[in-house]
Design a protein around this ligand. Structure first.
Ligand SMILES: [Zn+2]
Length: 163
């Protein structure tokens, strides 16, 4: 499988061209800049990325880094509505400094009918065991197996992705 995490730029476009993204099996988009944008702007950036037909997953949707940085100010209700409408999957990032979505956000996403994926954000193989933190977060948000796309086998999971 081939995939990529792309940056959502200042205007909500992605920092890789669509003609490349559409050749990949999975495209994850996320915000890594402009954390101080006003709520309307950062929400608009996120919604625009979700409207891109090549974007399958939004990673660490609130951008917090525990003990280092608060979440950016984003309208998660609008984000979850758009996720449902565009079939974009929201990440439950299990990396200990992120834990993003957190439990209460998982609950809101599940209520909105949004599909989730639990990912470790591993930067090396030793970090794959963070998965259990993500599973714990998802459970605290009352997510069940049917809400989490990576509880499926690979073939079924790929079929659930947007592009
Ligand atoms: Zn990231």
């Amino acid at each position: 499988m081939q995939g990529v995490e792309v940056n959502i730029t200042d205007d909500g476009t992605l920092d890789m061209p669509d003609k490349i993204l559409k050749q990949l099996d999975v495209v994850v988009a996320s915000i890594h800049s402009g954390f101080k944008n006003p709520k309307e702007k950062i929400t608009r950036r996120m919604l625009k990325a979700m409207e891109n037909e090549n974007v399958d997953i939004i990673a660490h949707p609130t951008g917090r880094l525990i003990t280092k940085r608060e979440s950016y100010d984003i309208d998660l209700e609008a984000v979850f509505d758009a996720a449902k409408k565009t079939s974009t999957v929201m990440e439950v990032n299990a990396y200990p400094e992120r834990m993003d979505l957190r439990d209460a956000h998982v609950r809101a996403a599940v209520k909105a009918g949004v599909q989730l994926v639990i990912s470790t954000d591993s930067h090396n193989a030793d970090q794959l065991h963070f998965m259990k933190l993500g599973i714990g977060t998802a459970r605290r948000g009352w997510a069940t197996k049917s809400d989490i796309i990576n509880t499926r086998n690979l073939k079924d999971m790929l079929r659930m992705l947007k592009h």
